[in-house]
Design a protein around this ligand. Structure first.
Ligand code: NAD
Length: 454
């Protein structure tokens, strides 16, 4: 979908005019292309206290061929930095907040376009000492604020790293690479928890799904089509699911990516079995299920009838429960394998609520509840369950929003623009990667740090 304003103020006369009038100029975000370098400049890596995560992070960054320099209070950076990674896992007292400030300020000043700030802190719920917990939690406020101040497509995100995972570079590698790379173009101000887990070495970071089968629902258009493309690019065979009426569009997507199309209404009672049968024609077991299909039937709550209520809950939430139940049954041929991945698409509406969307927000908040609980049930089978909560993404769904509301949705975020469907696809692929085994029960907003739905 076209963002006419962004195009205008980023080109020729419009660019000059916007500068003169002081109008917001949404930056052109760096986005992933095959073969692209991880960073657009050196990474400064710093540490407060004696944290061990910094050395791990530096080794991971070096292994991607990026240059690492040390972040210190008196460093002077010759080149524009591609990233600042700062390890505060050992921060225990409020005085450590000043130590962080002193290291981070010169580096943040030196950040280049679409640069990344990543703060590695200890998961507060894993800390017993009160001052240490307060100190750790302070980094959420700091990171979110820095994210709101950064410009030119730069982002700031926070990792809550469990104490027993801080010395484990295998569990840190996939999250660090995703959040440093341009694949996280529209993710800012977000905390993600990383737990200890035995993670297999990843051989090819550009094709982590080689030999895997992934099912994507709602894949005929919009975000789902883009999720399917991202998985195919990264090596997966994709089974693209959408309603039978979307047949032509669905076949087009499936053909383009060398996948399989499956015309299926996910609300039908045997949908889970139909999906498993399609998987069984390709492989013994399924590696990844992405629950993306969704609908809106907006009305003020007081005007919402049983049909509007029920249809949205059924497509967006109940069908996920039913399909998961079938795919998670170990007896199901073509069901999800142990070590597999479930990723659901929620929405920022499910976090902050939205006028005229009580039904939709109920379904999306329900998805968040599902993900958090199911992740615990499946931990012993090494299946991770996560959700992505998109904010304003440029699709057919958002093109129907009245123009004034649409402009507000587009601009009221740290990136000053709507996200692209591919941004959601990249985040989902991150959760599904074999290297993300230490990330489960999480909800990641892909919203450019939107102030709506906050
Ligand atoms: P879209 O309407 O463009 O695409 C949704 C797809 O799901 C369509 O192809 C549709 O045919 C399919 N679908 C609907 N009901 C189905 C059913 N019963 N069985 C099978 N397929 C079905 O929407 P989108 O903008 O691409 O949204 C994709 C997901 O992202 C949805 O879950 C949506 O709620 C969520 N989301 C979107 C935005 C946004 O800004 N566009 C924001 C937050 C969340």
């Amino acid at each position: 979908m076209a963002d006419g304003y962004s195009n205008f103020v980023n080109n020729g006369f419009g660019k000059k005019l916007a500068k003169q009038l002081g109008l917001p100029q949404p930056p052109v975000l760096r986005r992933y292309e095959v073969g692209q370098a991880l960073l657009d400049g050196p990474a400064a890596v710093g540490v407060v206290g004696a944290g061990v995560a910094a050395a791990n992070a530096a080794a991971i960054i070096r292994s991607s061929d990026a240059t690492v320099v040390e972040a210190t209070p008196d460093a002077s950076y010759g080149d524009k930095l591609g990233a600042l990674v700062i390890d505060v896992t050992d921060a225990k007292t409020l005085a450590d907040l000043e130590a962080f400030r002193a290291i981070a300020v010169p580096a943040v000043k030196a950040l280049g376009r679409s640069a990344r700030v990543i703060v590695l802190a200890t998961t507060p719920s894993e800390i017993d000492d009160v001052e240490a917990a307060a100190t750790a939690q302070a980094f959420e406020g700091i990171t979110r604020s820095i994210g709101k101040e950064l410009r030119a497509g730069a982002s700031a995100n926070l990792f809550w790293v469990d104490p027993n995972a801080q010395g484990d570079s295998s569990v840190l590698a996939a999250p660090l690479r995703f959040f440093l790379s341009s694949r996280s173009a529209y993710v800012s101000g977000q905390p993600v928890r990383i737990r200890k887990h035995g993670v297999q070495e990843v051989l090819d970071w550009h094709r982590p799904f080689e030999g895997q089968v992934a099912v994507v629902t709602g894949a005929a258009r919009g975000i789902g089509a883009q999720i399917a493309r991202v998985f195919a690019r990264a090596g997966a065979h994709v089974i693209a699911v959408d309603i039978p009426a979307a047949g032509d569009a669905l076949s087009k997507v499936a053909n383009e990516i060398g996948g399989t199309s499956l015309g299926l209404d996910i609300t039908t009672p045997d949908a889970g079995h139909k999906i498993a049968e399609a998987v069984a024609r390709k492989a013994d077991k399924l590696d990844v299920i992405v629950h993306n299909a969704g609908i809106t039937r907006d009305k003020l709550f007081v005007n919402t009838d049983a049909d509007r209520w029920g249809s949205v809950i059924d497509v967006n939430l109940a069908s996920q429960l039913r399909i998961n139940e079938v795919l998670l049954d170990p007896a199901t041929k073509g069901g999800l394998k142990d070590g597999g991945r479930i990723v659901s698409v929620a929405s920022t509406s499910g976090i902050g609520g939205n006028r005229g969307q009580a039904n939709y927000a109920a379904s999306k908040a329900g998805v968040i509840g599902l993900v958090r609980e199911l992740s615990e049930h499946l931990a012993d089978r090494d299946i991770t369950v996560n959700a992505v909560a998109p904010g304003f993404i440029e699709t057919d769904m958002t093109s129907k929003i009245p123009v004034a509301t649409r402009e507000v949705g587009r601009r009221l975020n740290s990136m000053l623009q709507g996200g692209q469907p591919v941004d959601v696809g990249e985040a989902i692929a991150f959760f599904a990667e074999p290297g993300s085994a230490g990330v489960t029960g999480q909800v990641l907003r892909v919203c450019g740090q939107s102030q709506i739905g906050a």
